[in-house]
Design a protein around this ligand. Sequence first.
Ligand SMILES: Nc1ncnc2c1ncn2[C@@H]1O[C@H](COP(=O)(O)OP(=O)(O)OP(=O)(O)O)[C@@H](O)[C@H]1O
Length: 233
Amino acid sequence: MTDPALALTDVTFAWPGQGGFFLSCPDFRMAMGENVLLLGASGSGKSTLLSLVCGIATASGGSVRLGNTDLGSLRAGARDGFRAEQIGVIFQQFNLLPYARALDNILLPLRFAPARRARAGDPEAEAEAARLCSALGLPDGVLATPAGRLSVGQQQRVAVARALIGAPPLIVADEPTSALDAATQDSFLRLLFEQAAQAGSSLLMVSHDERLGQRFDRVIRLEDIVTTERAAA
Ligand SMILES: Nc1ncnc2c1ncn2[C@@H]1O[C@H](COP(=O)(O)OP(=O)(O)OP(=O)(O)O)[C@@H](O)[C@H]1O
């Protein structure tokens, strides 16, 4: 039997400090190639769960597995490299380098990920970046433009191209449509799904927006897979 793309088992985690936030996730799995939307209200712990999935935060108990690798078995440096190889991340604020060309932003994850760079067609990864931009509806000329000079919609597509390049097995997206109107959201999601499917990537998106649900293989409410507690003030 093939490993799931992602498996969280008996995971526990607490942010340190007063008013600490505790989260536990007994069992959450995603199949290879599956698209899952995780719905939750603001402050419910969606970004915390994504941090655990990406290995940015480390579970205090249980296991987070991507394919056949347990993130907890990796030292910090190895975990960073593993993340760069295996996960394409689309942040809410896109996190592009504003003074770097869109092309350099898209190629950035490949610097830390030799296997992903090879999948992107090293040494011609620029051609793959151009193909992704065109497939995502970005006009010619965007690649050479500093990211900070692009429109919000264009920056968002550049952020998606950066996540998709080199076909990472998992794409993680944190509220990537929050800055868009409904019509633009729909075309954006269609392109993201098409390109993720072409790359064979699984897609885990978190949002508070129930309207996005119809395009996904599975829609889950955060409270159905995690329990959370806040320390008394
Ligand atoms: N870096 C951090 N350090 C300490 N506590 C944190 C940190 N990040 C989040 N928290 C705590 O975890 C709780 C859940 O936050 P989280 O960002 O995971 O929720 P969310 O569902 O993603 O919210 P939003 O939709 O508003 O982004 C917060 O209320 C906060 O108390």
